[in-house]
Each structure stands twice: as structure tokens, then as C-alpha cells.
Design a protein around this ligand. Structure first.
Ligand code: RB5
Length: 145
């Protein structure tokens, strides 16, 4: 079954989002494009909220958030219980964010990584799986009941 990847950006991530939507669509990835649809300025907390709500409603398996640095959207996304957002700049940290942190949102900086590297980071994130075990105990401590 295809993995459902929701994607959203502010103006700083717009051009990278467009490139990734084109590069990733198909090949076992269903893209849920939540915008924005133009490079006009918007506020990153708003796009982070749109995407994290979609993840929490299980409308997608994973989320991909982009802003200029990836920092703003990662801070905003991680304020939502149940969201584990990882700001990554290389495939290794993307893979580890899934294996050890069970990250459900990947954050990228549209002014930091180019489209080729970004695609490799996304593919590494999606190809990895949560290792469980001791890491599951640690994940549970992030969102105590
Ligand atoms: C917008 O200029 C920029 O501040 C935003 O995209 C992001 O990088 C914030 O963290």
C-alpha cells in the first residue's frame, strides 16, 4: 500500500515543496499537498497547525513541513502532543529520527538543502522503521497520559 505523505510549507519552503511534490509523486508515495500554493508570505505556525492536525486525524501516515530553515515549523509542530517532528539536513539523521524517535513529521529548510539532497532525506525517512524496544519506552515519556 502506498504511504500517504502530507506536505505543507510557508513561503520559505515553497519552491522546495513544489520540487519535492513533483519528484516524489507516485512510486508508492501518495502526496497530500496542504499548500501553500504560492510564494506569498504566510506564517509558519499556521501551516504547521494545518499539517499536524491532518496527521493527528490520521489523514496521512507522515508529514513533511518546510519553511526557510525548517526551524520555525519544527518548533511549531513539536508543540502538539503526539507530534514528533525532526528537523533533518542529511539522510542519516532522517533515518535515525524514524528508528529511534519514531518521528512522524520531517522538517526541511527550503533555504538550507537543495532539491536533490532533500529528496534523498525524504526517501531515507520513509524507508526507515521504528526500532521499538527501549526507544518505545522513551517515546512514551514524551507524551505522558
Ligand atoms: C520566513 O522568512 C522564515 O522566517 C521562515 O520560513 C522560517 O525559516 C522560520 O523559521
Amino acid at each position: 500500500m502506498a504511504v500517504r505523505l502530507a506536505i505543507a510549507c510557508d513561503h520559505g519552503g515553497f519552491h522546495l515543496k513544489q520540487a519535492l511534490v513533483q519528484a516524489l509523486a507516485g512510486q508508492g508515495i501518495d502526496i497530500v499537498d496542504l499548500g501553500v500554493g504560492s510564494p506569498d508570505p504566510v506564517d509558519y505556525p499556521d501551516v504547521a497547525r494545518t499539517l499536524t492536525e491532518a496527521i493527528l486525524r490520521k489523514e496521512a501516515d507522515f508529514g513533511l513541513l518546510l519553511c526557510g530553515t525548517g526551524i520555525g515549523v519544527s518548533i511549531a509542530a513539536n508543540r502538539r502532543p503526539g507530534i514528533r517532528a525532526a528537523l533533518c539536513t542529511d539522510p542519516y539523521t532522517a533515518r535515525m529520527s524514524r528508528e529511534h524517535n519514531d518521528a512522524n513529521v520531517l522538517c526541511l529548510g527550503g533555504r538550507v538543502v537543495g532539491p536533490g539532497l532533500a529528496e534523498e532525506i525524504v526517501r531515507a525517512f520513509l524507508a526507515a522503521g521504528f526500532a521499538g524496544g527501549r526507544h518505545a519506552r522513551r517515546i512514551q515519556k514524551l507524551d505522558p497520559p
